[in-house]
Write a protein that binds this ligand. Structure first.
Ligand code: XMP
Length: 513
């Protein structure tokens, strides 16, 4: 099945991935392309519409990125957002200037009035809040365009040439702060570009399975399965496509959460694939014994992981394809679109260098995280696997401060399970993006029954974030924290004190090590 495509032409704005996600959410396939992509390449994609993104520059400067005016002769609708809007105006003969202080320069939430006879605003309220972030201003709009939205400070908030299908908005419809922003994008796609909504994960599954079969033929595929969402969904898709030609090597380093290794193994028993679980707990714990320094722990785990994987790969012999769970944000962030190199460092620690294979396959390369989760559901992976929160490669080693022992890991595993269980019972999962327990290396005096205790302090950590680069600590209700605390000190031996981490990132990081 082929599908309609929208091109997101990237001029360097901070919300560009978000625009792409919104378009996909509307059931339309899109790709983000750098603004320097040759015109012929864009044309060959046969887009039904093009969206120019925002960007940090001013269109009237020579050095700013521009667009070849030929793009406007293709008969393909264009929506310009912020810089993209100004670029349409500038390229088609309008005039964009720096806004004078306190006049048409706008930042933040802005009351805006819309002309609802414009297709972009069809069926939406005539007034609402938009999210603005622009220092330039369209002094003159190009010939053929009319003004379709205004604010108190600025008469030129949106422009349209409906006959040619060109639209521009100064604000950001892709961010949540803009009321009905996604509806406006939906209108552009369906009312203007003639989208039919042919992008769905069930459709993707069928196409991807067929393409993988064509590509792989009778070849052998090897995948390093971490138990995280991306590699699990990649494995499930390949299992569906090529069955027992696939070998998944799951290195269980003994640093997983409670029952996690068994859950991963159970999930893959539904396919006839070669599933190799390497129980390497004692090996890893031996290598980590008496090591307290966080970076040293990480390095040992990374190196050991590769060695174990390499040994298993050798047993399998020649493989044709090495599969990786690279996803679209990695591809976009790499800029050049050469994500294979980036992922091999991030996810599998340079694995390709140690395994003899012909080619890499990355069946999730064009999907966003929420699409990967949806695809996992289509493939009947259990919900606890597909909705799983991020979990660091070095596992509980970076949550068990100082020297690691099996006893400390078991203590942490049980406490972490109780914390997650109480969060689930309170239905708070949606309010937090990552939450876990940390076993500190600190002991303090307590009293239990009639006796003195001298036991460990456990820290609870929960953060709310969109990008994991910055994060805020989650305001968990006191009564939930209380239930977690009471249950852990009662049920988990060797913990007599619980603290809650109330630092954001920065200055702290999300993990403690
Ligand atoms: P920090 O602690 O740096 O974590 O604020 C940011 C995010 O990255 C995750 N993390 C890792 N993920 N391998 C991974 O795959 C790692 O070595 C690793 N270290 C941290 C962390 O869980 C958080 O989501």
């Amino acid at each position: 099945m082929s599908h309609q495509t929208v091109i997101i032409l990237d001029f360097g704005g901070q919300y560009n991935q978000l625009i792409a996600r919104r378009v996909r959410e509307c059931g339309v396939y899109c790709e983000v392309k750098p603004c320097t992509t040759p015109l012929a390449e864009l044309r060959a994609m046969d887009p039904i519409g093009i969206i120019f993104t925002g960007g940090p520059n001013s269109v009237y400067l020579e050095t700013s990125p521009h667009v070849d005016p030929e793009i406007f002769t293709w008969g393909v609708p264009v929506l310009g957002i912020c810089y993209g809007c100004q670029l349409i105006a500038h390229t088609l003969g309008g005039k964009v200037v720096a806004a004078a202080e306190d006049s048409a320069r706008e930042y933040g939430k802005t009351e805006t009035y819309f002309d609802t006879s414009c297709k972009l605003f069809k069926g939406l309220p005539g007034r609402g809040i938009t999210w603005m972030s622009h220092g330039d201003y369209m002094e003159e709009v190009p010939e053929g365009f009319i003004l379709t939205a205004r604010s108190e400070a600025c008469p030129n908030v949106a422009i349209a040439d409906e006959a040619r299908g060109f639209y521009g908005v100064q604000y950001h419809p892709e961010v949540n702060h803009t009321e009905h922003g996604t509806d406006m994008i939906h209108n552009f796609l369906y009312e203007v570009c003639g989208a039919v909504g042919d992008w769905s994960m069930s459709g993707y599954k069928e196409t991807a399975v067929r393409r993988l079969r064509e590509k792989i033929g009778n070849g052998k595929v090897l995948l390093a399965l971490s138990g995280g969402v991306d590699s699990s969904v990649a494995a499930a898709l390949l299992a569906e496509a090529v069955g027992n030609q696939l070998t998944c090597v799951f290195v269980d380093h003994g640093l997983m959460r409670l029952d996690e290794g068994d859950e991963v193994e159970a999930a893959f028993s539904q396919w006839d694939i070669r599933f190799v679980r390497v129980n390497a707990e004692s090996l890893f714990l031996e290598k980590l014994s008496h090591i307290a320094e966080p970076e040293a722990k990480r390095k040992i785990i990374g190196e050991e992981f590769i060695r174990v994987f390499e040994a298993e790969a050798k047993k399998i012999g020649q493989v044709d394809y090495l599969a990786q769970g690279t996803i679209y944000p990695d591809v976009i962030e790499s800029g050049a679109g050469d994500a294979a190199v980036i992922k091999s460092h991030h996810n599998v620690g340079g694995l390709p260098a140690c395994v003899d294979f012909k080619e890499i396959v990355e069946p999730l390369r064009l999907l966003f995280k929420d699409e990967v989760r949806q695809l996992g559901r289509e493939l009947a992976l259990p919900e606890y696997l597909v909705s799983r929160q991020p979990f660091p490669g070095p596992g509980l080693a970076v949550r068990c401060m100082g020297e690691i022992t099996k006893e400390k890991l078991d203590t942490l595993r049980l406490a972490d399970f109780i914390f997650r269980d109480e969060i689930a019972k309170a239905a708070l999962e949606e309010t937090m993006d990552q939450y876990f327990a940390v076993l500190t290396n600190m002991r303090s005096v307590g009293v239990q029954g009639d006796g003195r205790t001298y036991d460990y302090t456990l820290a609870l950590r929960s953060v709310t974030t969109t990008d994991f680069m910055t994060a805020d600590w989650t305001r968990i209700p006191y009564e939930v924290l209380d239930r977690v605390s009471v249950r852990i000190v009662n049920q988990v031996p060797h913990i007599n004190r619980i603290v809650y981490d109330i630092t954001s990132k920065p200055p702290a990081t999300i993990e403690w090590e």
